[in-house]
Design a protein around this ligand. Structure first.
Ligand code: NAD
Length: 432
């Protein structure tokens, strides 16, 4: 089956290449000419483990190609996937400009029946908006609008696509459901659970899932704060909680607050959706406040560990919002960098993949070659993102590079007792 994937970012590129791997013939379209030119040369514009091989394999088999030509993509496809960004507006509501642009393009170039599939995270009612835009501009051809939210995680996106927990399909007609089932048939045959529902419920499943995960992270961050106040150990508390199968151990890692392109945006959007319906989604509103407070608390923690920051030099390890990605959108590490600079500290930084993206936001930082180069001449280390290569640092070499053995570990990578025994002044999150 021929598929057009519009938007070739973290979601569109992985999904496009993934669908090609399932045997579909996929045209990926993006309006970013530099991105498409790079992809046509085999250069992957984002850091995502396994993606380069997935793209190369499917290009070689002739099942995947890249273009900026929307007409080419839409005319040649039965299913048109929308995977464009839906960034937050200043008031927290999602900006649907790009989704509207694509709906208009579909109406313009539609040459027969199409299934228009939203992969982008969009508020309830967007499916209807897309249908209205298409219908008002093109009455010649039949079409269906389907919601098919994406749950992949950056850093493990390829595996998440090929072995998803579930496929959610929101549709209002049987023809569209059959086409979606055909597209995902190889996953269906591998016993992936399918949730088939109406468009509005499907759209809400995505916000409800991300909202719940954000609550879970904020909950353990609040517990970590309580632990700090009472001298308890959040890791033991999380282990004790997580063994209850109703709670589960995942997402109980305290840290500097959640970031990334999804949780902050999707919690704001969920709160906004509720407000527009005259309802205050109190739990989500509180989660947004707790996360902001958690992020802001990190600089206080650093200052308590280090003393006055003006004139001191920080070595910040990790800039991406989580390991195994170059994505810095809403990264808590960058919030820490900004707060350090606001208080007069100089910042040396190192990240295995996110330095190029960070340079565009903070050109004034000193960017290092590795963790040890980052520590050279700095007064203290802040471990902000738990990349694997920061888990097994040569702490002696790191300590020698610093002017003093001081570490603020915002990801609880190291063991407080061992660190103290090795002569470090060590501060973690929620641990005595
Ligand atoms: P992204 O910013 O990485 O990519 C979006 C792409 O769309 C960009 O390359 C942009 O140039 C392109 N685009 C915008 N308007 C276009 C148009 N009119 N025609 C063609 N191309 C256009 O975004 P992303 O992280 O891939 O997220 C896309 C959507 O998926 C968002 O709604 C997001 O919330 C959702 N989502 C993201 C993730 C994630 O982990 N990144 C996970 C699940 C869902």
């Amino acid at each position: 089956m021929n598929i057009c994937m519009i938007g070739t970012g973290y979601v569109g590129l992985v999904t496009g290449a993934g669908l090609a791997d399932l045997g579909m013939s996929v045209i990926c379209v993006d309006k970013d000419e530099a991105k498409i030119a790079a992809l046509q040369k085999g250069v992957i514009p984002i850091y995502e483990p396994g993606l380069e091989e997935l793209v190369a394999r499917n290009e070689r088999k002739g099942r995947l190609r890249f273009t900026t030509d929307l007409k080419d993509g839409i005319e040649n496809a039965v299913a048109v996937f929308i995977a464009v960004g839906t960034p937050p507006k200043a008031d927290g509501s999602p900006d649907l400009t790009f989704v509207r642009e694509v709906a208009e393009a579909v109406a313009r170039y539609m040459n027969g029946y199409k299934v228009v599939v939203t992969k982008s995270t969009v508020p309830t009612g967007t499916g209807k908006m897309i249908a209205d835009i298409i219908r008002s501009a093109n009455q010649k051809h039949d079409f269906s609008v389907v919601s098919n939210p994406e749950f992949l995680r950056e850093g493990s996106a390829v595996g998440d696509f090929l072995e998803p927990d579930r496929i959610v399909i929101g549709a209002s007609d049987a023809r569209a459901v059959e086409i979606m089932k055909e597209i995902y048939k190889p996953l269906f045959l591998r016993e992936t659970p399918f949730v088939i529902t109406d468009v509005a419920s499907s759209e809400l499943i995505k916000y409800a899932s991300n909202g719940f995960l954000a609550v879970k992270i904020s909950f353990i961050n609040e517990i970590a704060r309580l632990c700090e106040l009472m001298g308890a150990n959040v890791q033991d508390v999380a282990t004790g909680m997580g063994l209850d199968p109703r709670i589960g151990p995942r997402f109980l890692l305290p840290g500097p607050g959640f970031g990334g392109s999804c949780f902050p945006k999707d919690t704001s959007a969920a709160a906004d959706i509720a407000r527009n319906l005259g309802y205050s989604f109190e739990l989500i509103e509180a989660t947004i406040r707790v996360n902001a407070a958690t992020k802001a608390r990190m600089i206080e923690k650093i200052q308590r560990a280090v003393g006055p920051l003006a004139g001191r030099t920080a070595a910040v390890l990790g800039l991406s919002f989580k390991p195994e990605t170059d994505d810095i959108r809403e990264s808590p590490a960058l919030a820490v960098v900004a707060d350090l600079m606001k208080r007069g500290a100089r910042v040396r930084a190192f990240d295995p993949a996110a330095m190029e993206n960070t340079k565009a936001v903070f050109p004034q930082l000193a960017y290092a070659r590795d963790a040890y180069d980052c520590a050279a001449g700095a007064d203290f280390v802040v471990l902000a993102t738990e990349w694997n290569e920061f888990r097994a640092l040569d702490l002696d070499a790191l300590g020698r590079a610093l002017s003093a053995r001081v570490m603020v570990d915002l990801r609880n990578v190291y063991d407080p007792k061992e660190m103290r025994a090795a002569g470090w002044s060590y501060t973690g999150v929620g641990r005595p």
